[in-house]
Design a protein around this ligand. Structure first.
Ligand code: 26V
Length: 875
């Protein structure tokens, strides 16, 4: 099938104002005494916190113009918005660098225990606005560029997102880096510098998702510092021979050697001089190309090795929660080892500079494994300690198990990582030997505690029997770590009672815990919703830097829920955020959205367990209900605009069909004169961090409707609630804790609870009830889709069959209560005053969900690290 890209569907805004112009006011006017006259005096830019260098508008513009003329080699009379963005980024970077250098120097001098966050994904989004906020330079900078004839918002729009992640797991890593730096904690991130991040999503005219590469580095990346001096060799393949000299040592030789080159990304803390580091590795061939092959005329052969090396960090895998499509993917395994090997080599080199013995490693180093992706770090550290450092096995294992911490992010069976043993033996022969040695020791210990329990041994082994045998990475991560945690209370409980139950029985509950996820209020309130932030600051009568660093202070808003004037201000800001979103949709997609309606939003990866299908079937139900109404009846209903956004993994057929259904339903109902005043539906293409920053502040209600027990935590639920959006959701993940905080009367819950899920699935399989009997409303909706109400019905059969057949995600069980919950939302929204009260109370009670709280729990209860303050420059 051929498909065309509808230019209107392209999510990325065209660059506004690409014409070049002269920097206005660059040459300042003179005052009477002949001195330069600047619009504002030498005010202190660092308003709320400490700042190393006093910055004024004058020095900001001088630095900016300096970069225009030198770094960019452009003339002051020939600059467009993109050039202005580059100059702004480069001059901001100059400020970051001062703090970054000071921070690293301080860490070297004070040698505190450090923590390292190993994550294959960091979903950073844009940097400029955040860097300026954290430096305390936002207003000064904005004044400066304005004086030069530019508009700060246009400049900010020029930046491309750094989208080195799939979704929640990668964004969590980014929030945690922000919180670590903001709380002066010595934490570094380690990841990969993918040449291509998450794909760009286009939607064809018939609703098909099309993928295009994300060439985010094409415009150069001003935020990274190439460290061509920080390089490690990483080996693959070859052969490993045990020395058999009475030690566990082996010699690993031959194979392919690849270089890992460091790129550093500065991570400024908010209102502090601390600027931490995110180190991303790029793969490079060790030798340029093979001159022998080249001379012999074998040109492909000459560059083969070099291409194979470069391929390692070329692209982020766009899957999450489905391991099957990755089964046996050698390149993914190579990514994981390349990254863990380079990161560990770097960590060990830094540790060795302290002049301590290896025994003290866990006193100076904590390594957090973000999901199982970096689990190879466990056998890799064993390899280094045994083969290079010549330690005894038990001694090495003691060091390893005191260094690592493992966070699980999903209990979905298809997302649990496993690697085929033959592949491991081929790519990492020495590590496979070590894993077998770990297994042997471990199973002996289990056998000792539970003698004769063969089934238990089989369940707990790191090796799953089968053809081929597979290494269970979650088991390895669990036994190799000091502590294991889930990401919300319910999820941690499920980890302990399902996938790692045997391990709890074996090792004791003390090793297992919970750290409920969090989000950074800097990006997810102050930056994305500046008007609300200002209203909060003025109302709490606190400095912004106080409540943004102690989010529980938001509770001070509670009494104002009773204040009519305050409520009006609160509601007006929500309205303006809706208009901002409508403007964005108008300029990027050419679509006109009405803003006198409730905004109902579901934005996240498209996945069956997240049940976007439930939402779209609910929309269809509403559409047909409206169609049956008289004009008088319709006049009483609540107007609703429904938004979806999210990417489907390129090979995930059912998820892609869901997008297609949404787009085609939108086409019909947005054009229907009977209903379009009351119900509109949009699928916004190319979901990203930056798009979330526009959507979230505009939402009245957001949907987090996963089948109970499937969404580990969710973090966008927190972002919506922090911005005064109410939550419609299932009793799942962090929804539960949000409801505990804000009160159940301020959230809309529906659906079956986790303990019922297993039984219901059993019923579906063994005692199925026809859908017409079980849930007639849903049967009717499915029938409409199937018989072509939204275009060729046959197309959607595979999607509809997932519901008609096993209905694994329980749509037939939850549909009626979902519709009832939507009705309750409508009813509540009709009472505007009461709704705004709920909105204020929700924001007021979100303090717990700051990532500052979460990262402190890791720092205190897991890593045992302490804040290390960095003296501002000049002290
Ligand atoms: C799994 C896999 C499986 C192999 C293919 C590549 C791949 C890539 C990523 C993942 C991780 C899936 C786990 C995940 O993303 N979990 C999400 O983590 C969020 C942060 O804790 C949490 O809020 C979400 O509820 C959870 O789904």
């Amino acid at each position: 099938m051929t498909s065309t890209i509808d230019p209107k569907s392209i999510g990325r805004p065209a660059r506004p104002h690409r014409h070049a112009r002269t920097l206005t006011g660059y040459f300042p006017e003179k005052d009477a005494s002949g001195k330069d006259k600047w619009p504002r005096g030498d005010e202190k830019a660092w308003k709320d916190g400490q700042r190393s260098v006093d910055k004024d508008v004058k020095s900001v513009t001088r630095n900016f113009v300096g970069h225009v003329q030198t770094s960019l080699a452009r003339q002051a009379y020939n600059l467009d918005d993109f050039g202005a963005y580059q100059a702004a980024a480069l001059s901001t970077r100059d400020d970051l660098l001062v703090n970054w250098n000071n921070t690293q120097l301080t860490y070297t001098r004070k040698s505190p225990k450090r923590a390292y966050y190993l994550s294959l994904e960091f979903l950073m989004g844009r940097t400029l606005d955040n860097a300026l906020l954290n430096l305390g330079l936002k207003e000064t900078f904005s004044d400066g560029v304005q004086r030069l004839g530019f508009n700060m918002e246009d400049i900010l729009e020029q930046e491309r997102d750094a989208a080195l992640g799939n979704g929640g797991l990668g964004r969590l890593a980014a929030c945690y880096l922000d919180s670590s730096a903001s709380q002066e904690l010595p934490v570094w991130g380690y990841g990969l510098r993918y040449k291509y991040g998450i794909f760009q999503q286009f939607i064809s005219t018939d609703g098909e998702q099309l993928e295009a590469p994300d060439p985010w580095l094409d415009n150069q990346n001003p935020w990274e510092l190439p460290r061509l001096d920080v390089i490690y060799d990483v080996r693959f393949y070859g052969h490993a021979d045990r020395l058999n000299d009475g030690t566990p040592r082996a010699l690993w030789q031959g194979g392919q050697e690849v270089l890992a080159v460091a790129y550093d990304v500065m991570i400024p803390g908010y209102s502090t001089a601390t600027t931490n580091n995110l180190r991303l590795w790029e793969s490079k061939p060790k030798r340029g190309f093979d001159l022998n092959s080249f001379n012999a005329g074998n040109y492909e052969g000459a560059v083969e090795a070099s291409n194979s090396a470069q391929a390692i960090t070329s692209v982020l895998y766009p899957n999450d929660h489905t391991y099957v499509v990755l089964f046996g993917k050698e390149l993914r395994l190579k990514q994981q080892y390349f990254w863990t090997a380079a990161s560990l080599a770097d960590i060990i080199r830094r540790f060795k500079n302290l002049g301590k013995s290896m025994q003290e490693f866990p006193d100076y180093v904590a390594i957090q494994l973000n999901d199982t992706h970096p689990t190879l770090a466990i056998p890799e550290l064993m390899r280094i300690l045994i083969d290079d450092e010549d330690l005894r096995w038990d001694n090495a294992w003691g060091i390893v198990t005191n260094t690592f911490f493992y966070t699980n992010h999903t209990v979905l069976p298809e997302a649990l990582e496993k690697w085929p043993v033959p592949l491991m033996e081929h790519v990492l022969p020495r590590h496979m030997q070590i894993i077998y040695d770990i297994v042997l020791d471990f199973l002996l210990a289990v056998e000792k505690k539970f003698p004769g329990d063969r089934e238990r041994l089989a369940r707990m082994s790191l090796i799953e029997e089968g053809v081929p045998k597979q290494v269970r990475m979650a088991h390895l991560a669990c036994i190799g770590s000091r502590k294991v945690n889930g990401v919300a209370e319910l999820h941690s409980e499920l980890v302990q009672t399902t996938i790692l139950k045997d391990f709890v029985e074996f090792e004791g509950i003390g090793k297992f815990g919970n750290v409920t996820n969090g989000i950074t209020p800097r990006r997810w309130l102050d930056q994305c919703n500046p008007e609300l932030s200002t209203l909060i600051t003025n109302t709490l009568k606190l400095k912004k830097s106080v409540w943004l660093k102690d989010l529980t202070k938001l509770e001070g808003l509670l009494p104002f829920a009773e204040d009519k004037v305050f409520r009006a201000k609160w509601a007006a800001i929500k309205q303006r955020n809706k208009e901002r979103l409508a403007h964005y949709v108008q300029t990027t997609l050419g679509l006109t959205i009405r803003t006198d309606a409730m905004f109902d939003v579901q934005i996240k990866r498209i996945h069956e367990y997240k049940r976007q299908s439930l939402n779209i079937l609910g929309v269809i139900h509403r559409y047909f209900t409206l169609k049956k109404m008289t004009a008088a009846e319709k006049a009483k209903v609540n107007r609703r605009v429904v938004f979806f956004a999210g990417k489907a993994a390129p090979a995930y057929y059912i998820a892609k069909l869901t997008i297609r259904l949404i787009v085609n339903v939108a086409r019909i109902i947005n054009a229907d004169p009977d209903t379009k005043e009351y119900l509109q539906l949009y699928f916004l293409p190319d979901y990203s961090v930056s798009l979330a920053e526009v959507l979230i502040p505009a939402s009245d209600i957001s949907q987090h409707i996963s089948t109970a027990g499937t969404e580990a935590s969710g973090t966008s639920n927190m972002k919506f609630c922090l911005n005064g959006g109410l939550l419609l959701g299932t009793v799942d993940g962090a929804n539960i804790e949000i409801a505990e905080e804000v009160g159940e009367n301020n959230v809309f819950f529906f659906g079956h609870l986790t303990p019922a899920v297993e039984d219901l699935r059993y019923q579906h399989l063994y005692h199925p009830v026809p859908i017409e009997e079980k849930c007639p409303a849903l049967a009717e909706v499915i029938n409409q889709v199937s018989t072509g109400a939204f275009g060729d019905g046959g197309v959607y059969e595979p999607l509809l069959n997932t519901i008609r057949q096993s209905d694994y995600y329980l749509l037939t069980d939850d549909f009626d209560s979902y519709i009832a919950a939507l009705d309750m939302v409508d009813e509540a929204y009709l009472d505007k005053e009461e709704w705004v009260k709920k909105s204020i109370r929700t924001t007021a009670k979100m303090g717990k969900f700051s990532s500052d709280r979460a990262i402190n729990e890791y720092a205190e209860s897991y890593w045992n690290i302490e804040p290390t303050s960095v003296p501002p420059e000049g002290y």
